[in-house]
Ligand binder design. Structure first.
Ligand SMILES: Cc1ncc(COP(=O)(O)O)c(C=O)c1O
Length: 378
């Protein structure tokens, strides 16, 4: 038996749409498929403006350019996240200020945000781990009180909600990922969600390498030129065509993942009751969520490592993440005054992600988990 950790889903229409691109010969960014994807994302998320970008990482980087984050600025974020969250800030010459996470959702602990604010703080960067929302009402009101931006890392959040609002649509901007590991994907891809129209006009320039080319295309000017900083943030149409096939079926894909997530949950809650592990906790206001990750927390780091090794011998690939950024080589260099984050250190060392993809048979994984835990606990 071999069970991979992830198996990228294809709907079956990807090739048809890619063929359309090849037949029409329009390959560059901002073509018909990019536009269709962007409009669909606006519909799904309720965001005022969606821009298709090459990755979730690119969305975070473009967001920081638009937010005007620069040298000397500080941005508050969890350290339990992917390197891209912090890199986007560091690339602007600013400093990530890491705070601890909540033991229930593993999201930024909103009760620690205010104490981390200094005169240099410009933004709060909540990361919605596993597609489960941070405590956004509290975060938004702290930001308002202190005049800070809220920039959401909603990389894992397509079709996930907080109080019925799509994640990534609550702060001034949100970043989404369509990396192959995400629920909806195009290999490498992402979207920037802009919720405050004040950023719209500059976004059109920043995404076009700092030129006013968009205005030229809309017939507003007769030549375009370099007017601001920017980079290459457009997605080629082949990727957009692939993504369109996925977005057409987004709700179906997520529903099928939710079924798998629920199957794991129903089977594993008795193990939690027996004190052998802890299951994910989803606060009521964070439903529905998109079932991006099913993780378990073992009682000790040793039992996590043993279980992972045992799974491997049974042909099941289960993985962990993240090595907390504050303890990583680059994290220590970029945020040298970071204080210890005990909840992050504890939970990240005990976390294991179970395989989760459309088409997965959960039963063999559940059986293997039950057997392994029995053996480990004598
Ligand atoms: C929390 C988080 N932020 C940022 C990213 C970066 O997204 P991408 O891989 O599309 O660049 C990811 C995904 O890998 C992520 O999970």
């Amino acid at each position: 038996m071999k069970i991979p950790f992830n198996k990228p889903y294809v709907t079956g229409r990807e090739m048809e749409y890619i063929r359309t691109v090849v037949e029409y010969g329009r390959f560059a960014g901002n073509g018909d498929f990019s536009q269709k994807c962007a409009r669909r994302l606006e519909e799904i998320t309720g965001s005022r403006k969606a821009i298709l970008v090459p990755s979730g990482t690119a969305a975070l980087e473009m967001m920081m350019v638009l937010a005007g984050i620069g040298p000397g600025d500080e941005v508050i974020m969890p350290s339990f996240t992917f390197s891209s969250t912090a890199n986007a800030v560091v690339l602007r010459g600013a400093t990530p200020v890491f705070i601890d996470i909540r033991p229930d959702t593993l999201n930024m602990d909103e009760t620690l945000v205010e104490a981390a604010i200094t005169p240099r703080t410009r933004a709060i960067l909540p990361v919605h781990y596993a597609g489960v929302g941070c405590e956004m009402d509290t975060i938004m009101s702290i930001a308002e009180k202190h005049g800070l931006l809220v920039l959401e890392d909603s990389a894992q959040c397509i079709l996930s909600y907080y109080k019925n609002r799509h994640l990534g649509s609550l702060g001034q901007m949100g970043a989404v990922s369509f990396h192959v590991t995400k629920n909806i994907h195009c290999g490498e891809g992402g979207a920037l969600l802009i919720n405050d129209p004040a950023f719209n006009e500059r976004a059109e320039i920043v995404m076009e390498k700092g030129t006013d080319r968009s205005k030229f295309f809309h017939g507003e000017i007769d030549k375009y030129t370099w007017v601001d900083v920017g980079s290459s943030y457009l997605v080629n149409e082949i990727s957009a065509a692939f993504l369109w096939a996925q977005l057409e079926e987004a709700e179906i894909i997520i529903e099928r993942r939710r079924e798998l997530w629920n199957r794991y949950h129903e089977a594993l809650v008795p193990l939690e009751t027996a004190g052998l592990l802890r299951c994910p906790i989803v606060p009521d206001e964070c439903a529905p969520h998109n079932a991006h990750i099913y993780y378990i927390l073992l009682n000790t780091p040793q039992s996590r490592d043993e279980l992972m090794a045992d799974f491997k011998t049974r042909g099941i690939l289960a993985v962990f993440h993240y090595i907390p950024l504050d303890t990583a080589l680059a994290g220590r260099a970029c945020s040298p005054t970071s204080s210890p984050l005990p909840v992050t250190a504890d939970l990240s060392a005990r976390l294991l992600r179970l395989p989760l993809f459309v088409g997965l048979e959960t039963e063999p994984v559940i059986e293997a988990l039950q057997l392994s835990l029995e053996q480990m606990n004598g």
